[in-house]
Design a protein around this ligand. Structure first.
Ligand SMILES: [Zn+2]
Ligand SMILES: [Zn+2]
Length: 345
């Protein structure tokens, strides 16, 4: 190709790009684009007779990753919709995923650390506004959940009054904006329309009790670890599961964070970083444990630290073997009943 050809091609591309940028700055074009995005976002059809799982938060509180919310996994079927933990930022992720929040029946809390409960009020506001229900949101969790729910109910009481005054009590009955606590113990904690949720104990000492959950539907299964070290109790409960979302900690990265914090005189940060290493799951051996338990796909989430870039993400990615992967927010997995297929990333 001649030099002249490339010059003409480059000029055409630059002119095209410039035209596109000018067009987007026009409000008419911008509004048309916004309308198109909203149409796909507001309607996200769910496949029938399928266990659908969406990552609505994959981060931990340590570090920062602007594209990740804190712990949240959504599980849906034709008849049910639950989320497992509601960490900071998860309401926006649920909304971006186009999930029918008005249908949300409950939140299962793995434990009561702030990064697992912070967004309960915002998630509940979306559910209440989207449904107009009179039923309070069911919040399942280990003992102590009553206090958490009572506190949120009290803190948001004035907000509920404002919204009822603004939209009308017929449209937003006040009780629907509240939450109700349901304390769970290990064992089957929910069973209806073919969907079973089983709680089991994990090791997040000194946070006791801390639970993981297993969801079974149509011969398919997904396990959510919550926060835990790599513990036999989880793999026993997860035996043969299709998908396991597991807490993951990149120890070498935390060791560097600890060293730098000490070097620059941030002794408190150094201590906290080291304390964190003893109650999350180090990457070594996680894939082997999943393989030994017959897990089809391990998905690392609750990443410690939350990776700010691909250099840190690499530590998590090197710890898994395909088809196991590292979670990203808004990843979606579909497990049709009575098959072994997992549609997803
Ligand atoms: Zn925790
Ligand atoms: Zn956590």
């Amino acid at each position: 190709m001649s030099k002249r050809f490339w010059l003409i091609l480059m000029s055409v591309l630059v002119a095209g790009l410039a035209t596109l940028m000018v067009a987007v700055r026009s409000e008419t074009v911008a509004l048309a684009l916004i309308e198109r995005v909203l149409r796909t976002q507001m309607v996200s059809p769910l496949p029938a007779e399928t266990l659908t799982v969406v990552v609505c938060g994959s981060a931990s509180p340590l570090g920062s990753a602007p594209d990740r919310a804190q712990a949240c996994i959504a599980v849906l079927t034709d008849q049910h919709f639950f989320i497992f933990d509601a960490g900071s930022g998860s309401q926006a992720r649920l909304s971006q995923a186009g999930l029918p929040l008005g249908r949300l029946e409950g939140v299962f809390l793995t434990h009561l650390h702030s990064d697992h409960i912070a967004e309960i009020p915002d998630v509940n506001l979306s559910r209440w506004a989207g449904s107009g229900t009179t039923e309070p949101l069911a919040v399942y969790g280990p003992r102590g959940v009553e206090q958490v729910v009572a506190g949120f109910n009290q803190a948001y009481d004035t907000d509920r009054d404002y919204r009822v005054a603004h939209h009308g009590a017929d449209f937003l009955p006040k009780t629907g904006g509240q939450a109700k606590a349901l304390t769970v113990d290990p064992g089957v904690v929910f069973s209806e329309a073919g969907l079973t949720v089983t709680a089991f104990t994990v090791d997040h000492h000194p946070i006791n009790p801390a639970f993981g959950y297993r969801v079974d539907y149509g011969g398919r299964s997904v396990v959510i670890s919550g926060d835990t070290v790599n513990t036999p109790s989880l793999w026993a409960a997860a035996e043969g599961a299709d998908l396991v979302f597991h807490d993951a900690l990149a120890r070498p990265v935390l060791e560097v964070m600890h060293k730098v914090a000490l070097d620059v005189g941030r002794d408190r940060t150094a201590k906290i970083v080291m304390d964190v290493t003893d109650y999350h799951a180090s990457l070594d051996g996680l894939q082997a444990s999943a393989d030994a338990a017959g897990i089809q796909r391990l998905v690392l989430y609750h990443l410690v630290p939350s990776p700010p870039n691909w250099v840190v993400s690499g530590f998590f990615e090197r710890a898994v073997v395909a088809p196991s992967i590292v979670a990203e927010d808004l990843m979606r997995f579909e497990l049709p009943s009575g098959s072994a297929v997992i549609h997803g990333p």
